[in-house]
Ligand binder design. Structure first.
Ligand SMILES: *Cc1c(COP(=O)(O)O)cnc(C)c1O
Length: 373
C-alpha cells in the first residue's frame, strides 16, 4: 500500500477544472419525466431528427471484420473523404468525432502556458481543450451582433497565441465567419482552427482553402448532417505536415471500424442526406418565422440546424429563459438553456421535424399566455 493521499499525484489544475456540461441522453430524459422515450421531443443536441442514411443498417450488419483492428492510417476512409471533398487524402485525418480531433490538435500544439484565443459565446469544447493542456485561455468576446471582434482577436494573437479557435456556422449563435474575415485572420501568426460541424446546413465551406493556407485547419463531422452523432465520426482537413503529425500522435486505433463503415455508407448515399439537410434548412426558416410571432422572444437568424433565442424584457409579464426551459421540459420538450456572461437569458432550439416545431410553438404560446402575453 502506498503512503499519503494518491489524489496529490493528480494534476491539480484538472481537479480544479469545471466539467464540460453535456446534454442528457434520451432515456435519462424520459425517465426523469416518467414518459415514454418516443414522446420526448429532443431539441437540445442539434442532432438529426431523420437519423442516419438507411444504408447504414445494412452496411453495419454485413461488415465482416469486427474482430480485426482498424487501419491506423485510415486509408480507405480518408481516400473516400478525399474524393468527396476533391482534396488529396494527405490533408485528411479521421477522428472519433470532431471532438477527438480538437483534443489531438491541443496535444499537437499546446504546452502548459501557451496562449489560445477563443471567441465566446461559442462551442464549449474549445476552452475545455485549452484547459486540459494547461494552456492560457484568452477570451475575446464577440460583438453585440455576435460577429467576431477582428481587431481584438488580432491584438490578442499578437501578444502570443499558438491557436485560434473559430466556429462557422457558430454554435450556439448560428452566424458565420465570412471568407474575407477568415483571410484576415489567416494573415496572423497563429494556427486557425475553423470548426465547421454545421457547414452542410448552408454555411460557406473553407476546406478547399486548406491546401493554399499553411496555418488553416478545418474540422467537419458526420454527427449533424449525416445523423451519426452516436457512432462518433468526424474528420479534419489539415496542412499536410500537420496531418502527418496528428496521424503520428493519435492512438493507433482511434477510429472504430463501425464508424468507418458508416462513413463509407453515408458517402454512398449523399443525395438522400442532402435532401434531409435541405428539409431541415426549410424547417429552420419556417420555425424562425413562427418564433418571430412571439412578442417576448427574439430569434437570431441561423445558418445551422438550430436557432438561438433571446428573451426580450418588457413591461408586461417577464419570462426568464430558465423558466421557459423548465416549463418546456415539463411538456417533454427539451431545448438548451444558456445564462453566461456572454449569453444572457437564451435558449437554443435544435431544428426537428414539422410536428416538433408545431408542438414547440403551441407550448411557447401557452407559456407566454400564462404570464399575460
Ligand atoms: C456538435 C459539435 C461538434 C461535435 O462533433 P462530433 O463529431 O460529434 O465530435 C463539434 N463542433 C461543434 C461546434 C459542434 O456543435
Amino acid at each position: 500500500m502506498g503512503k499519503g493521499d494518491p489524489l496529490r499525484l493528480l494534476r491539480q489544475d484538472l481537479l480544479d477544472m469545471p466539467p464540460y456540461e453535456p446534454i442528457e441522453p434520451i432515456d435519462v430524459l424520459a425517465e426523469q419525466l416518467g414518459i415514454a422515450e418516443e414522446s420526448v421531443i429532443k431539441l437540445d443536441g442539434n442532432e438529426n431528427p431523420y437519423g442516419p442514411s438507411p444504408r447504414i443498417h445494412d452496411a453495419l450488419a454485413r461488415f465482416p471484420y469486427y474482430h480485426i483492428y482498424p487501419d491506423p492510417l485510415q486509408r480507405q476512409v480518408r481516400q473516400a473523404l478525399a474524393d468527396f471533398l476533391g482534396l488529396e487524402m494527405e490533408h485528411i485525418v479521421v477522428g472519433s468525432g470532431c471532438d477527438e480531433l480538437l483534443d489531438l490538435i491541443g496535444r499537437a500544439v499546446l504546452c502548459p502556458g501557451d496562449g489560445v484565443v477563443n471567441a465566446p459565446p461559442t462551442f464549449g469544447i474549445f476552452p475545455f481543450v485549452a484547459k486540459s493542456y494547461a494552456a492560457r485561455l484568452i477570451d475575446v468576446p464577440r460583438k453585440e451582433d455576435y460577429s467576431l471582434n477582428l481587431a481584438a482577436i488580432a491584438a490578442a494573437v499578437r501578444e502570443g497565441a499558438k491557436l485560434l479557435f473559430l466556429c462557422s456556422p457558430n454554435n450556439p449563435t448560428g452566424n458565420t465567419v465570412s471568407r474575407e474575415e477568415l483571410e484576415r485572420l489567416l494573415a496572423l501568426d497563429t494556427l486557425v482552427v475553423v470548426d465547421q460541424a454545421y457547414v452542410e446546413f448552408d454555411g460557406e465551406g473553407f476546406a478547399s482553402l486548406v491546401p493554399n493556407a499553411a496555418n488553416l485547419i478545418v474540422l467537419r463531422t458526420f454527427s449533424k448532417w449525416a445523423g451519426l452523432a452516436g457512432l462518433r465520426a468526424g474528420y479534419g482537413i489539415f496542412p499536410k505536415a500537420i496531418a502527418e503529425l496528428i496521424l503520428k500522435i493519435k492512438m493507433p486505433y482511434n477510429m472504430n471500424v463501425a464508424a468507418q463503415a458508416a462513413i463509407l455508407a453515408s458517402l454512398a448515399d449523399v443525395d438522400t442526406l442532402r435532401q434531409r439537410t435541405q428539409a431541415i434548412v426549410a424547417e429552420r426558416e419556417r420555425l424562425f418565422g413562427m418564433l418571430t410571432s412571439l412578442s417576448w422572444l427574439r430569434p437570431w437568424p441561423s445558418r445551422a440546424n438550430f436557432i438561438l433565442c433571446e428573451m426580450k424584457s418588457s413591461s408586461k409579464g417577464s419570462l426568464a429563459a430558465r423558466e421557459v426551459w423548465r416549463r418546456l421540459q415539463e411538456k417533454g420538450i427539451f431545448v438548451r438553456h444558456f445564462d453566461t456572461p456572454e449569453l444572457r437569458d437564451c435558449l437554443r432550439i435544435s431544428i426537428g421535424k414539422r410536428d416538433h416545431s408545431d408542438r414547440l410553438l403551441e407550448t411557447l404560446q401557452e407559456i407566454g399566455a400564462s404570464v399575460g402575453y
